[in-house]
Design a protein around this ligand. Structure first.
Ligand SMILES: Nc1nc2c(ncn2[C@@H]2O[C@H](COP(=O)(O)OP(=O)(O)OP(=O)(O)O)[C@@H](O)[C@H]2O)c(=O)[nH]1
Ligand SMILES: [Mg+2]
Length: 207
């Protein structure tokens, strides 16, 4: 009986710790690059494929039981969920222009549209969200405002990542002033710049 009770408590605790952490944002911001960096740092393996062509991720990807540790010995366990980039308009001709043949471009566009819908459906399930933005781009877009508005309405904890800090055009201040209600962490998912600060921020946001 005591053993049963102990197991019950253990499971309860484990379940609570097992948070769903989602990566959200417009296409090409670097969600999958960041997912790969996190998984490489803590699991020694990558997570998904990255491309300069938008809508590379077209299905939800889940990496279970990622455990990260802080300098002062704290641990954070989560299921990392990489989502398809959210866009208001998906045009197969954009893919054709980048060199894809028409049939492939049409099916990529179709899959990308389904991907957007599933990303939005999954929002409700998230315990915390990292919004990944390309810091060389204008943050005041319809997509960004919609994503952030949805998260705010659901009271989901958010960490905004201003990615691609390695690029000259990167403007962290502009991202910060667009989302003053949230903690904004500048990083380069590609080079690993400020990644330790990113992990510290993740501990803060998921507290
Ligand atoms: N310079 C630079 N490029 C980056 C960085 N992070 C990602 N990229 C590049 O940006 C492009 C898109 O990266 P992805 O990780 O596929 O972006 P995503 O947000 O997952 O895109 P979707 O799956 O289409 O939604 C790729 O060419 C990456 O190499 C970064 O920190 N710096
Ligand atoms: Mg991706």
């Amino acid at each position: 009986m005591i053993k049963l009770f102990k197991n019950f408590l253990k499971n309860l605790f484990r379940r609570k710790k097992n948070i769903k952490l989602g990566l959200y944002g417009p296409p090409n911001g670097g969600k999958t690059t960041l997912a790969n960096k996190i998984c490489e740092d803590w699991l020694g393996e990558s997570m998904g494929s990255v491309s300069s062509m938008a809508h590379e991720t077209r299905e939800i990807q889940i990496k279970e039981q990622v455990v990260i540790k802080s300098k002062n010995g704290r641990e954070l366990t989560f299921n990392l969920i990489d989502t398809p980039g959210i866009a208001t308009k998906i045009d197969y001709e954009d893919f054709v222009q980048e060199g894809m043949d028409e049939d492939d471009a049409k099916s990529r566009a179709k899959e990308a549209t389904k991907g957007v819908i599933s990303a939005i459906k999954w929002l409700d399930d998230m315990d915390a969200v990292i919004v990944v933005l390309d810091s060389t781009k204008d943050p005041y877009s319809q997509v960004n405002i919609t994503i952030v508005g949805n998260l705010e309405a659901r009271k989901i904890p958010v960490l905004v990542v201003a990615n691609k800090m390695d690029l000259k055009k990167s403007d962290l201040k502009k991202i910060q002033s667009a989302f003053p209600q949230y903690r904004v962490q500048g990083i380069s998912a590609k080079t690993g710049k400020k990644i330790d600060e990113f992990y510290d921020a993740l501990f803060e946001v998921t507290k």
